[in-house]
Write a protein that binds this ligand. Structure first.
Ligand code: NDP
Length: 687
């Protein structure tokens, strides 16, 4: 950043890049102290921006889940191609390239992960159904289905300074997949990196205008305009979070508010993990990594390490040795293993919190007053070497369970038995994550069940996953991120769960025919159509409710014996009349369930080459009534759901398959999953 004119950050609101009315506050390079950027959003019209975002929501809602996912995939790929530019600016935040990888590639990877998960797990529709249809009348004329539809407001994401890219993208991806527009407000200190990324996103032209807006600076009166259709997510300090959560407009309108705040995350060294075991070494590595990655400025970092009393000295010595190999320095320099805190003010803040911790604990590694760096000026850059404290009587202590020093700081605490260790984790009053390092299944069970109610995520570390573990501190897009109590009580990510946070769940009651029209899914009792064999129809012709009622087939004892000998499944219930009769469920020899499924396929398939390309599985298979020799089977196959695949010449079709016997009893019920061509015969490539 040397000798460069500071960037005047702008907000992207109502379709324009806008500067605030004042000169702006100076934002300094965390490691050199040079002014990087000026930030201000005074005087910008937040009400107008919210209206603009709400209108953009309509454009997103008109798209299907798969269309939104493909939009995110293209966006993620564009951003990944520009990652070097983000990395260059990321150094100014004090982040090393490795730290930057977590923020930049980690954030873009989260977006790409959502793009792929949404296409795999969500239908290609604009409405999501949840759970089974609930029958509400004996005659089948009235039932209910839970559906989810996108909220029609704006998701306001207020983010922390420590992950300027990931913090935005991990919230933006599920928001856009859900079909909601967003306004991102990055923390001022590192907003220049978020601003660069938003500039690049807007420049791609991939998002509908208004789907993403940005505030660089104070939010002004934004929250005064919140409605019940808006969502606010907050990551940062508990005090700001509490203030925003109780904002009058948020309370009056019951605006959804998700909070992720301070967290005194714990790690337990198992009683079995003595020095010399792989688990002991892993624990040391993990605590050291959590203290030094992002200079310990991670909401998931280990703040409290619980250790069997007999291992305290061994842990302290091993940790000291490990931390000595992780020197601080200018983030871009080759020898640097730990970058700087985000600002000199933040360093003073961390020093003050260390003093608070000293009420209960003594410093055993490091000295907050003395900073040594490989490169960089400790007076101008916000460097701080790791500080490890030791609290001998954690049960009687308070500060070590209350005070979060948001930097390279952790406290070691002894425990005498596992129950005590578990009870001590609870003293953090709810955290994002905890870990336990053990190779003993009994320790794993007792520790995890004991700490789980107080945590959003728990990691078990041992030798078998030493190389593959993603680590204590890494939130993953497919896993829930958030914790109860002090951690804010919020929940983010968790795969498709995170998408639902931006949608309204509604129980819709009605007659099956009309429910089916709402959800785009066939349900029992809805209209059916029986003309051509549905396997002769491409997606161009196939409709929900297209149905085939097959002929029948009798199951003989010879069939059962043939199937048994052919497959090797000679289970007694199929082969031995007396043994089968002794079984409480059967009245004699029964047909194999898989024989029923096979006969059903034999009844419903149309054998000629046609638009049905493959059968890729069955879902929810249940055998409901035993089939005895002499019973006659018939099948009713109904097209239940059609998902055309974007960018491909086929789609997935789900068929409701019901197999009945001569008494009209349902013997088997399942969904058959097939791939079906969009057109048939398929267009031949030009010669
Ligand atoms: P803050 O709570 O001050 O800020 C978090 C976000 O809220 C920032 O974007 C900030 O913007 C914004 N904000 C602050 N006041 C308001 C307001 N009145 N209305 C709307 N938005 C507001 O936290 P900091 O970033 O300063 O960090 C302070 C402490 O929080 C850290 O030392 C650490 O203990 C904790 N923290 C926890 C994190 C976690 O993930 N759990 C992450 C980061 C920090 P602006 O920057 O412009 O003030």
């Amino acid at each position: 950043m040397t000798d460069q004119t500071p960037i005047r950050l702008k907000s992207y609101l109502s379709g324009e890049w806008q500067a605030g009315s004042s000169d702006g506050k100076e934002l300094r390079d965390a490691a050199t102290g040079e002014v990087v950027a000026l930030i201000d959003a005074a005087g910008l019209d937040m009400g107008e921006a919210l209206d603009h975002g709400r209108q953009a929501g309509a454009k997103l809602r008109a798209m299907s889940f798969h269309e939104r996912a493909l939009m995110l995939k293209a966006l993620g790929q564009e951003l990944m191609a520009q990652k070097d530019d983000f990395h260059a600016l990321s150094l100014a935040t004090g982040a090393t390239p490795k730290d930057g990888w977590v923020d930049i590639e980690g954030g873009i990877g989260t977006m790409l992960g959502y793009a792929s998960k949404a296409r795999r797990e969500l239908p290609n529709t604009r409405v999501l159904t949840e759970g089974d249809v609930e029958p509400l009348a004996r005659d089948g004329s009235f039932s209910a289905q839970h559906i989810l539809t996108p909220l029609q407001g704006v998701a306001v994401h207020i983010n922390a300074y420590n992950f300027p890219c990931w913090g935005m993208l991990e919230k933006l991806a599920p928001t856009l997949i859900a079909g909601m527009s967003a306004i991102v407000k990055p923390a001022s200190q590192t907003a220049y990196l978020t601003e660069l990324m938003v500039r690049r996103i807007i420049a791609t032209g991939l998002l509908p205008e208004g789907a993403l807006q940005l505030i660089c600076g104070s939010v002004g009166d934004l929250l005064d305009h919140m409605t019940g259709q808006d969502v606010v997510t907050f990551t940062g300090s508990a005090s700001t979070g509490q203030k925003l959560r109780t904002h009058p407009a948020i309370i009056a309108n019951a605006t959804r508010f998700t909070m992720e705040a301070d967290s005194l995350n714990a790690s337990i060294l198992g009683p079995d993990a003595t020095p010399g075991t792989p688990e002991f070494d892993l624990f040391i590595r993990e605590v050291a990594a959590e203290m030094t990655v992002k200079a310990g400025q991670k909401c998931t970092a280990i703040r409290r390490a619980f250790i069997p009393r007999a291992q305290v000295l061994a842990v302290r010595d091993a940790l000291a040795e490990r931390l000595a190999k992780l020197p601080a320095g200018l983030p871009g320099d080759a020898g640097t293993r730990m970058g700087a805190l985000s600002s000199l003010d933040q360093r003073e803040e961390v020093r003050a919190r260390i003093r608070d911790l000293q009420a209960d604990a003594e410093i055993v590694i490091g000295d907050p007053a003395q900073v040594t760096t490989l490169t960089g000026d400790p007076d101008r850059g916000a460097f701080l070497n790791p500080v490890v404290l030791y609290c001998d009587r954690p049960g009687a202590a308070q500060a070590v369970h209350d005070v979060e020093a948001f930097g390279p700081v952790a406290t070691l605490m002894p425990y005498d038995d596992l129950d005590q260790a578990v009870a001590l984790t609870h003293r953090g009053k709810g955290s994002l994550v905890a870990s336990v390092f053990t190779d003993d299944p009994r320790v794993a069970e007792a520790a995890v069940l004991g700490i789980a109610p107080f945590h959003g995520r728990v990691l078990i570390g041992n030798r078998a996953s030493a190389k593959t573990s993603t680590g204590h501190g890494s939130p993953l897009y497919m896993l829930t991120h958030g914790g109860p109590g002090r951690a804010g009580g919020g929940e983010e990510l968790g795969g498709i769960r995170g998408v639902k946070h931006f949608m309204q769940r509604t129980a819709v009651q009605g007659t099956p025919r009309l429910l089916s029209a709402v959800t785009g899914r066939w349900t029992e009792g809805a209209d059916t159509r029986a003309d051509t064999h549905p396997f002769r129809k491409s997606l161009a012709d196939l409709r929900i409710g297209d149905q085939l009622v097959t002929g029948t087939r009798q199951v003989t004892l010879d069939d059962i014996e043939h199937f048994a000998n052919f497959t090797g499944d000679t289970f007694y219930a199929h082969m031995d009349e007396d043994a089968a009769r002794a079984n409480p469920f059967f009245e004699g020899r029964v047909a194999h369930g898989y024989l029923i499924v096979s006969f059903a396929a034999g009844l419903f398939v149309q054998p000629d080459p046609g638009p049905v390309l493959a059968n890729y599985g069955v879902d929810n298979l249940r055998f409901l009534t035993p089939v005895n020799p002499g019973d006659t089977l018939g099948v009713r196959l109904t097209c239940k759901e059609i998902n055309p695949r974007e960018g491909a010449d086929y789609g997935e079709v789900r068929w409701d398959c019901q197999v009945t016997n001569q008494k009209e009893e349902v013997v088997a019920q399942y969904d058959v999953l097939t791939m079906v061509a969009k057109t048939w015969p398929q267009a031949q490539p030009a010669a």
